[in-house]
Design a protein around this ligand. Structure first.
Ligand code: GCU
Length: 460
């Protein structure tokens, strides 16, 4: 598949219109409304992006490469050309040049330095005052998932908008826990995509073995799961930056260059979900894992880095802006992330690294994001380059985990255990940083069993 990730949502939407409509006229009408909406969002995002460039005094940006391997400007996928940048920061050296050799210096000096760099230059700062969220249980349903009886709660987190009533923000969350269990259970929170009305996943080919869904696998371990819908409280585009939780705090105004981007806003939502779990007797809020794929894989690792209550992370195909070393010239580049299609995930300041600065000038890189998760267990997941494509850069993700190893070791934990990237379907799961490349595409699907065995080591 060509630039699988790039067109993921677009394809879902298109598929949706193909599958869902019985009435062709209706379908065409919906399709054209959807296209018009997309166009308006794109134009508004471009205008906001331009405004940010002006704030940063940037005249032009280097364009990113294409995710289409056939394009003349295709992203590099030749490993011998991947390491053009040479300034990878050392997570265990303070800004003053001193080496960090004890946990106390990590926690008190070096970690805060790294957090400040990520805040200012990469993901943006969460405002000092973010309005309070009040959780409401909308419904409680007893049902079955596969043959497992469960209780599903539909929840809405109402954000206090009294300071700016014209923006209303609600967080959409669903919690499913096994019924007939009297003790609180661990919960795996997934950042969930929402599909348009009528969307149906393409059916499995006839005769394909029936596999348990990830939800069934989670329940079979005795855990619960929750689905948090990031776009319910912060849209996935630049046009949305003056709305949602970011826009509410800014009272409808545009962002400053170090204001939070969408990834941190999504991560903030995960923290609010955990606030709720702490009040629900069905949940053991000390055993919360986070999982996400692609842009939500980025959100998952950002959430884990900043939220100490997240005990375990399952970081799916997070690529650039996630666990992949940004200094690698392979697959998606900083220049792509800084474009008007993706800059909203980050602080405005991040755009500078696509011109005039370069990725070599970044004060931090992805291994330090992994290091912020230490000493908590983290599982880095990716698909096969043959099926998923090279845009995500599996090797770059592996290196993100590898170079975080010294911090885990300093804190008395185990690193990946090798500096050699393992073959496909060979998990490295003996340490507290785990890595596995499955044989499938742009999904965490085939890695669920390995992830759950990894989690079970901690959640016996
Ligand atoms: C695009 C984008 C990636 C992102 C992916 C997705 O491919 O370039 O950074 O991870 O979309 O979220 O599907």
């Amino acid at each position: 598949m060509k630039k699988v990730a790039g067109f993921f949502l677009f394809q879902c939407m298109t598929l949706c219109t193909l599958h869902a409509q019985n009435n062709v006229a209706d379908s065409l009408k919906r399709d054209s409304i959807w296209r018009a909406n997309m166009k308006a969002i794109q134009q508004e995002s471009q205008a906001d992006h331009k405004k940010m460039l002006e704030l940063l005094h940037i005249d032009s940006l280097r364009p990113g490469p294409s995710g289409d391997p056939e394009a003349p400007n295709a992203a590099n996928v030749d490993e011998s050309k991947a390491t053009t940048y040479t300034s990878l920061p050392d997570p265990l050296v303070l800004k003053n040049g001193e080496k960090v050799t004890d946990a106390k210096t990590w926690w008190e000096k070096r970690r805060p330095e790294i957090v400040e760099d990520f805040d200012r230059e990469v993901y943006g700062r969460v405002p000092q005052e973010v309005p309070k969220v009040t959780w409401e249980v909308k419904s409680v349903t007893s049902e079955a998932v596969g043959d497992i009886p469960v209780v599903t709660k539909k929840l809405v987190g109402h954000v206090d908008n009294s300071a700016y009533p014209s923006i209303n923000v609600d967080i959409d969350l669903t919690l499913t826990t096994p019924a007939n269990v009297t003790t609180p259970v661990p919960v795996i929170v997934e950042f969930g995509f929402i599909f348009p009305p009528g969307f149906r996943m393409p059916a499995s080919p006839p005769g394909a073995p029936k596999e348990l869904s990830w939800q069934q696998q989670v329940l079979a371990k005795g855990y619960g799961y929750a689905i948090l819908i990031p776009t319910s409280f912060q849209a996935d585009n630049g046009a949305g930056l003056t709305k949602g939780i970011i826009g509410l705090v800014n009272k409808g105004q545009s962002r400053k260059p170090d204001d939070w981007g969408t990834l941190r806003a999504w991560a903030w939502g995960a923290s609010r979900a955990i606030d709720y779990f702490e009040t629900d007797k069905a949940v053991d809020a000390k055993r919360i894992a986070i999982e996400g794929l692609s842009r939500y894989g980025k959100a998952a690792i950002v959430a884990m880095a900043y939220e100490p209550r997240i005990a375990i992370g399952f970081i799916g195909s997070s690529g650039a802006g996630g666990a992949k070393i940004l200094r690698r010239t392979f697959g998606e580049q900083v220049e792509n992330l800084a474009s008007s299609a993706e800059y909203h995930w980050f602080a405005g300041n991040f755009i500078k690294y696509a011109g005039p600065l370069t990725p070599n000038d970044l004060p931090v890189d992805a291994h330090e994001l992994v290091a912020l998760c230490a000493p908590r267990p983290i599982f880095i997941s990716v698909g096969s380059p043959k099926v998923e494509g090279n845009w995500i850069d599996g090797k770059g993700l592996f290196l993100g985990g590898l170079y975080a190893g010294p911090v885990y070791k300093l804190l008395g934990k185990k690193d990946l255990g090798t500096d050699t990237m393992p073959p496909i379907e060979t998990g490295l799961t003996d340490g507290d940083i785990a890595f596995r490349q499955h044989a499938g595409g742009h999904t965490t699907g085939p890695n669920w069993p390995t992830f759950l065995s990894f989690a079970e080591r901690y959640w016996k």
